[in-house]
Design a protein around this ligand. Structure first.
Ligand SMILES: NC(=O)c1ccc[n+]([C@@H]2O[C@H](COP(=O)([O-])OP(=O)(O)OC[C@H]3O[C@@H](n4cnc5c(N)ncnc54)[C@H](O)[C@@H]3O)[C@@H](O)[C@H]2O)c1
Length: 357
């Protein structure tokens, strides 16, 4: 599989929206190692430090600063670059922020995504589209089973509903336009991911890391909540496999879930304990806060990933424990002022070896 991916992605023209973000930076590193020809389209980095800056990724990708809400500029940029493949990751990606700025969330996540679809419809060069939404696009009925791709969509908060709406518009474009072309178009729905290089707010590992950096006690909310824990590299590999399989081939078009195996569902407290062991954080520096957040947060949200396992032979390769350790090791190297490009490359190469057979 790895050789097929490397051969396929070599010299392909790839347009990535949201390339300055967390997932976009890891994707840029992988595609760069495959020698793809990359163009990114994003707003400025959201958080400082950012992985994009730290790894000096502007040397690895042609960067266009732009807003996906501006159709004219976006479409002109896509037309000029003439991509073979588009990975659409640009989004306001945080649930909590969607309570503070719902309009930006909806106009970017839904309106911006519709602009991407329209540009794809008009593009003459494009052969596959990988359209990133979220596991939060499902109407969360708090059941114990994993959601399947044909379950009902919906969302309580502006983030979740903006992603559900983005999915609905995707289906309309797929049925009305893309199925008539050879263009393979997939929407991908992954859960929360972890890994080095994330400095977003209200995500558990970044929050712990920022407390260490600022020499502050660590306050952990909702210690009893369970979440599925997945390393960022696992779903990214799924997206890359789809980008290859769906190339000029609409038999793979549709929606796909990407989530961890069931053993990856741990409590927040379990995760924090593992992080504190790995990073040698003293117990007295961690405070657990059982108070309920004033924002409604989804409790259990699991995905059924049988479709990806069956159709594209994808499966998660990194266990939950390993995912947390990998993320901690990345930040440990960052604190030790190591060469983070090399550290990231090594983690990627080690991970890709799992796809050698
Ligand atoms: N990180 C996760 O745990 C997770 C989980 C599920 C889904 N997702 C989805 O994956 C995608 C990437 O997530 P991430 O964690 O890398 O997010 P991120 O917040 O780190 O990065 C978001 C990127 O989008 C860009 N962006 C935001 N608004 C924009 C706009 N109006 N125009 C152009 N660019 C804009 C930012 O500049 C940045 O490059 C998003 O669609 C997100 O919703 C992420």
């Amino acid at each position: 599989m790895l050789e097929d991916l490397k051969k396929f992605y070599k010299n392909k023209r790839i347009f990535i929206t949201g390339n300055t973000g967390f997932k976009g930076s890891w994707l840029t590193m992988i595609l760069n190692s495959f020698n793809s020809n990359l163009c990114g389209y994003s707003l400025n980095e959201n958080f400082k430090p950012s992985m994009f800056e730290l790894l000096n990724l502007k040397k690895k990708i042609k960067l266009i600063k732009g807003d996906v809400r501006n159709f004219q500029h976006l479409n002109k940029s896509i037309n000029k670059f003439k991509p073979d493949i588009i990975f659409h990751l640009a989004a306001q990606s945080l649930v909590k922020k969607s309570y503070i700025d719902p309009l930006f969330t909806v106009s970017t996540n839904t309106g911006g995504s519709a602009n991407i679809l329209e540009s794809c419809r008009l593009s003459k060069s494009l052969k596959s589209l990988i359209y990133i939404t979220s596991d939060k696009c499902y109407e969360n009925v708090e059941w114990i089973w994993g959601y399947r791709e044909n379950d009902k969509l919906g969302g309580y908060d502006a983030y979740s509903s903006s992603k559900a709406a983005a999915e609905n518009i995707f289906s309309a474009y797929l049925e009305s336009f893309f199925k008539k072309k050879k263009l393979g178009a997939v929407s991908v729905r992954a859960g929360n991911v972890i890994g080095g290089g994330d400095w977003s707010e209200n995500r558990i590992i970044p929050d712990v890391i920022k407390s260490i950096e600022n020499k502050k006690k660590i306050i952990i909310r909702n210690p009893k909540s369970t979440r599925p824990w997945q390393h960022v590299l696992d779903p990214l590999l799924g997206y890359l496999i789809l980008g290859m399989k769906a190339y000029n081939n609409n038999n793979f078009s549709g929606s796909y879930n990407f989530g961890p195996d069931n053993d990856a569902v741990l409590t927040v407290k379990d995760v924090v304990n593992q992080i504190s062991k790995r990073l040698n954080i003293k117990k007295k520096n961690i405070l657990f806060n059982n108070k309920k957040s004033k924002f409604k947060e989804a409790n259990l949200l699991k995905l059924n990933c049988d479709k990806a396992k069956d159709r594209i032979r994808w499966c998660p390769k990194i266990s939950s424990k390993m995912s947390i350790d990998l993320a901690c090791d990345w930040y440990k190297s960052y604190f030790e002022k190591k060469n983070m490009t090399k550290v990231t490359e090594l983690q990627i190469q080690k991970f890709l070896k799992k796809y050698e057979k």
